[in-house]
Design a protein around this ligand. Structure first.
Ligand SMILES: Nc1nc2c(ncn2[C@@H]2O[C@H](COP(=O)(O)OP(=O)(O)OP(=O)(O)O)[C@@H](O)[C@H]2O)c(=O)[nH]1
Ligand SMILES: [Mg+2]
Length: 358
């Protein structure tokens, strides 16, 4: 591949005009050649909710599929302000220094509303954003987490096809976004603040149980001692947890994203993860499981959507609900009646079941 070509994919003649529409072949070639403009446009295509774009996006992704999968996929989560972006800046620059090509993505379902994270990340990742071998793409806009996570996942595939060999994904660390993140990366890194208890950090036990590595960040200055205590506590608690990734033992370490201390060691741990899990097939198995889970999730959410919007269902729903709350109908019969209404009307032309939201 030709490295990261910065030139626009279109003719650069002036005066500026609307960019030429790209064909599937244009997208595939441009992405494979590492043309950043084409990569950015391919991501925009993937993020589009227009049916027409969606069909083209799926064609592009299909063509690029054989060229995906070679990157190390690392997810980074933690409460707001723990230092995720600063850590990614530090790790990203370290990796660039090692000759790697680094893509940075985010899952942030709130970004459409606040717009803040985009601005924030641009400044937090100032050094990295100026590196020619780095590519930073903020979270796609989207009203629901499922949609946002799916776009991030497809963007990851595009970046891999464009030759990025490390993909770092940041999640906002609130709500369910870290669970979505966990389902698309190989290695899941949870950052903690020194000194604060789990409750204070809004970290649910479940998140720590999903971690492949826990890092107490901001282990600098007067925080150092508290950070060491927090690490010891985490290591003690980890003794009783099942490994998140079979065959891998999660440990707690220290780092300072600000000074860069612990960043190289962290990457050493991640490299060891790949060294140990690739040959056993555990990594391949994890990725295959993620793909199938994703497919099943899409089917389930689409089936739910179709049911919820189904005309016969919406027509009968209110009466059936009333009957349930008044104790006139058992819950099982009510559910059966609504499912029958769905089945009966499924093939009538006026239902919207043909309009998939996938
Ligand atoms: N002392 C110290 N400060 C840090 C460290 N890492 C990050 N910070 C500071 O903590 C603040 C938040 O850092 P971010 O990197 O934006 O945190 P984040 O987790 O990405 O935050 P959100 O994206 O808002 O969830 C910034 O002011 C950083 O400078 C560290 O290792 N030590
Ligand atoms: Mg951030």
């Amino acid at each position: 591949m030709n490295g990261m070509d910065q030139r626009p994919a279109e003719d650069s003649g002036s005066p500026p005009r609307r960019p030429r529409r790209l064909t599937v072949e244009d997208y595939v070639r441009g992405v494979r050649e590492g043309q950043r403009t084409v990569l950015a446009r391919a991501i925009t295509l993937v993020e589009s909710s227009s049916r027409l774009h969606e069909a083209q996006a799926q064609e592009v992704l299909h063509e690029l599929m054989p060229h995906t999968g070679q990157a190390q996929r690392v997810g980074i989560t933690g409460v707001p302000g723990v230092g995720k972006s600063t850590f990614i800046e530090s790790l990203g620059c370290y990796l660039i220094g090692c000759g790697r090509k680094v893509a940075v993505l985010t899952i942030d379902p709130s970004s459409a509303r606040s717009g803040g994270s985009i601005l924030g990340d641009k400044t937090r990742m100032d050094r990295l954003s100026r590196e020619p071998n780095a590519f930073i793409r903020p979270s796609p806009a989207g009203e629901n987490l499922g949609g946002v996570a799916r776009r991030t996942r497809e963007t990851m595939f595009l970046c891999e096809a464009a030759g990025f060999d490390v993909v770092l994904v940041e999640s906002v660390g609130v709500g369910q976004s870290e669970i979505a993140l966990r389902s698309m990366v190989d290695f899941f890194l949870v950052l903690l603040l020194p000194g604060a208890g789990d409750e204070l950090q809004g970290i649910k036990r479940g998140i720590l149980e999903m971690a492949d590595l826990i890092l107490v960040n901001k282990a600098d200055g007067e925080n150092r001692l508290r950070a060491e205590q927090a690490r010891a506590e985490q290591n003690a608690a980890l003794q009783y947890l099942q490994p998140a990734t079979p065959g891998w033992k999660c440990e707690a370490g220290l780092c300072s994203a600000l000074t860069g201390e612990g960043v190289a060691e962290t990457w050493g741990t991640i490299e060891r993860f790949y060294r140990e899990l690739r040959p056993t097939g555990a990594l391949a198995q994890k990725r295959q499981g993620q793909l199938l889970d994703w497919m099943n999730d899409l089917i389930h959410s689409e089936l739910r959507r179709r049911f919820e919007h189904h005309r016969q269902v919406t027509q009968r729903r209110s009466a059936i609900q009333q009957a349930v709350v008044r104790g006139e109908m058992t819950v099982v019969r009510a559910a059966q009646a609504l499912l029958e209404a769905y089945d009966q009307g499924r093939h009538s032309p006026d239902t919207n079941s043909q309009n998939t939201a996938l």
